[in-house]
Design a protein around this ligand. Structure first.
Ligand code: ATP
Ligand code: MG
Length: 414
């Protein structure tokens, strides 16, 4: 027996139903905000992620599925969705033309992580990206778009926001943070973890994102990013808060929120939930006004988010009953009626009705029991009594109402 790869799962039955529901709801909400669907490849040149996500990130540093293809090119399975969408934007010269684009995407992402609840090696994201809008109103819109998705799915969350300022503010902040860390290490003879040691060389603000409690404890009095913001970033951050308040969106400011990727500027945000373990992130995003340039395009503004579908599914599973209601159960009481039943069911399906035909003939009560057990709403049977008058036995399994009906009546009932 050959099994699926660790951390890479099938999607079926109730999970598949929830997955479809999440995609449907999210796509509809994104369309309400002017976003349209884009699909980019699952495989890209490794360089795309090295440059955009950043060498110092966990994703590029430890988690990429990267390999040489038969031609010797270094390619990788996408670990996130933004870089591919940005590449598609630049490849069509939309950056040079200054086109405003609003796209949403969904699909598999791959990261070589330690598999555990809510953390898999293949997982799925739903995300949006907006290009060439500098206005902070769009930052508010992508946040509100996520709030609408969670409201529609009946999911409780907490929203955390922060501002990362511009690369200039960030550089000044990095120096101050590095200084602070060196001081702590010298004065308290405390050593930050080996990951943090590396982060100090590559991108020191990632130290703020360290999950190690000892490191986190020593950062309580670290310099605050908010003290390093320029006026423009401060104004945008204040405006964002004003818009959120005006639209009754609760949030808290988290000065440590720096996000896992290298390319954010100004707004950064994360949605967390307690329903799947302590404060798990269910979505995150922000502004990335420099990413298009990093990837060789013309200066273009960008803002977006990515939502973890498995984590949202986990929350829904904990409250959603598995009682999937099926529409109609159609059956025959004798084999000789199967052709008639098959033709009738085909006609109903072409009218857009969902009908399941059972090919085996059985006694009425046996069929009825199966239909009830499998949670059908309507039951239709053909036996000799019914066919005499071109009729069907129809039963509403919820109300127990039962009658003989002809085709025209039947199609209006199910
Ligand atoms: P985390 O801190 O949990 O590792 P992240 O910062 O790496 O998250 P992002 O890159 O921002 O995550 O991805 C957006 C969302 O995708 C996350 O908020 C999370 O819900 C989901 N996600 C990230 N990695 C995984 C994974 N390995 N398995 C399942 N979902 C994931
Ligand atoms: Mg991660």
């Amino acid at each position: 027996m050959i099994y699926a790869i660790k951390g890479i799962n099938d999607l079926l039955d109730n999970d598949a139903r929830l997955y479809e529901k999440i995609i449907q709801v999210s796509s509809k909400v994104a369309q309400n905000y002017g976003y349209s669907f884009i699909n980019t490849p699952h495989v890209e040149n490794t360089a795309l992620f090295r440059r955009s996500v950043g060498e110092s990130s966990d994703i590029v540093g430890k988690e990429m599925y990267e390999f040489k293809d038969k031609g010797g090119d270094s390619i990788c399975l996408r670990p996130e969705g933004t870089a591919g969408v940005v590449r598609a934007f630049i490849e069509r010269k939309m950056d040079k033309a200054g086109v405003v684009k609003r796209w949403f995407y969904h699909g598999s992402m791959f990261r070589y992580e330690k598999p555990q609840r809510g953390r898999y090696r293949e997982f799925h994201q739903f995300g949006v990206e907006c290009f060439n809008i500098a206005s902070v109103y769009e930052d508010a819109s992508v946040i509100m778009l996520l709030c609408d998705i969670f409201k529609e799915l009946d999911i409780n969350y907490q929203l955390k926001i922060n501002s990362l300022g511009t690369p200039i503010c960030l550089e000044k902040y990095r120096s101050a943070l590095r200084e602070y860390i060196k001081n702590i290490e010298n004065k308290l003879s405390f050593k930050f973890c080996s990951d943090c040691e590396k982060r100090m060389q590559t991108n020191v603000i990632r130290v703020l994102d360290c999950k190690n409690e000892n490191c986190a404890k020593h950062l309580d009095k670290a310099p605050k990013l908010s003290d390093f913001l320029d006026d423009d970033s401060k104004n945008d951050f204040n405006k964002l808060q004003e818009i959120l308040k005006n639209n009754n969106i609760d949030y808290c400011i988290d000065e440590r929120l720096v996000r896992g990727l290298d390319y954010y500027s100004k707004t950064a945000f994360e949605f967390v939930s307690d329903e799947i373990g302590a404060k798990a992130a269910i979505a995150g995003g922000g502004r990335y006004d420099y990413l298009v340039e990093y990837l060789g395009g013309a200066k273009s503004y960008g803002v977006g988010f990515a939502m973890g579908i498995e984590r949202v599914m986990d929350i829904l599973k904990s409250k959603d009953s598995e009682n999937i209601i099926k529409n109609a159960y159609f059956c025959v009481l004798d084999d000789e009626y199967l052709d008639l039943a098959y033709n009738t069911v085909s006609k109903l399906r072409r009218l857009g009705l969902s009908v399941n035909l059972v090919y085996e003939s059985r006694k009425l009560v046996k069929h009825l029991n199966s239909a009830l057990k499998e949670n059908y709403q309507y039951f239709i049977a053909i036996g000799s009594d019914e066919t005499k008058n071109n009729q069907f036995l129809f039963k509403n399994l919820y109300t127990s109402q039962q009658k003989l009906v002809d085709f025209d009546e039947l199609k209006g009932l199910i």
